[in-house]
Ligand binder design. Sequence first.
Ligand code: OOB
Length: 541
Amino acid sequence: MNDPQQIWPEEFAARYRAEGYWRGETFGMMLDRLAAEFGGRVAVVDAAHRWSYAELAERARVAAAGFAALGLNPGDRVVVQMPNRAEFLSVVFGLFYAGLVPVYVLPAHRETEVLHLAAKSGARAYVCADRHDGFDYRPLARALKAAVPAIGPVVVVGEAEEFIPFDGFTGRMAAPVPRDPGSVAFLQISGGSTGLPKLIPRTHDDYIYSFRASADICGVTADSVYLVALPAAHNFPMSSPGFMGALIAGARVVMAPNPAPETCFALIAQEKVTHVGLVPPLALLWMQAAPRTKHDISSLQVLNVGGAKFMPESAARVRPVLGCTLQQVFGMAEGLVNYTRLDDPEDIITQTQGRPISPDDEVLILDDAGQPVPEGEPGNLFTRGPYTIRGYYEEPAANARSFTPDGFYRTGDVVRRLPGGYLEVRGRATDHINRAGEKISAEEVEDHLLAHPGVFDAAVVAVPDRFLGEKSCAFVIRAEGADLTVRELKSFVRGRGIAEFKVPDQIVFVPEFQTTAVGKISRKALRAALKEKYLSEGNGS
Ligand code: OOB
């Protein structure tokens, strides 16, 4: 867990402490402090629960005792796959109190991803809900236990069947297990452009700084109400400013079971929601639905939009249609988060993706040869700072590619720096599909396609989509004699046990990957050439 590649060199750590970014507080200490300060105020609400700060802390103590009684030891990793429910918080703060390290996977992830992440993290336990959104997690838990022997206890929120019911925990942990605030607090999943998702180690010190500062920048106070509309395990709704930013400010967190406008508008009206974060396609959907809703959404003050590029024309409509301030967020689970500021002029708010949280966020914009580009020109974004990781969890090869020797993270984004340090995202240099904010690795999907005996070769590319921003298109060469159909191949990929959003939106069978390039051609160049050949204007779908 303490791979030197993942920690900041002491000179940096010392500076981040001296500047007051890192305050030596762990998540456990934080919740205790918040419970003491905001005790009776409402911390979290969902359809079935309404807990005060004191009650959340109390429930987390019971959960912590329960986890400890299962034989889990401080530092052990625990895979958490939970939908947006109040128990998301009692589970994870219970784990923090017990000194355990959550590994956050999305509710949309399926067997292949969960098994991989559990094995990769060396997890010893799994926590899930019984069912969510028509999916039963208990068969997945069985498959996980069968495939990953290190997984011991499985704790289920809801009907546990043969597993351990979360609601059955008794006992109470008197005081949280002390942890080093510089140690890894949890592992989060990278969007990833190569192969399977990687794990991002975040420390107590670095992460708490990122959402404390975010809450401030987003104007979150004890009187705010934050709606978690996106899946809570994502970095954006967790910390930008997210439910963690809301909690540290003493605000109220409202868990939405799904991000549909009518579900969320009802919650906004009922709880007087002030802040919410959305990906661009959802922001568009909300803007379409708002004029016709019967719910009063006038309490909304700030709409954070990020995860993918929000077009200036759409951005300009937020205030007129929703009656709130738009705040763009350009962030990444690896660290760096940029925000437009609430009092920025309208053109900055609509046309840029903001500027970094911290004065100590170092931003480099370099050309392909590694030289700084002239001010205002697009280039590759590199960053280093008090909440940007120095390496993925146990990924020496990926780390050598994704981080420079002096610790800068190669984001893969192409940006332009404007006056005042504002960044405009222009595109990206890496091969992934940003499908409504969910990042899909082309390589990962290609591997699933190639597993079909009727597939000779496959290349997956991003194609523009009016609604999703981007969707995925797979070019496939059938194996000789194979009479594979699009339907068969889609259902085969789905059957591989992966998140539905990774199943190619479009499959195009092609006779060959003939490109004009001579000799060996990189996958990246191949994808670009195929896109050019088959999807140029008037072609393709
Ligand atoms: C957020 O985090 P990830 O890790 O799912 O994805 C990061 C990538 C960025 O490198 C960039 O390519 C893209 O998502 N991105 C944006 C963007 N925000 C993220 N591209 C254009 N405009 C934006 N506003 O997506 C994430 C994490 C924290 C806060 C917000 C988003």
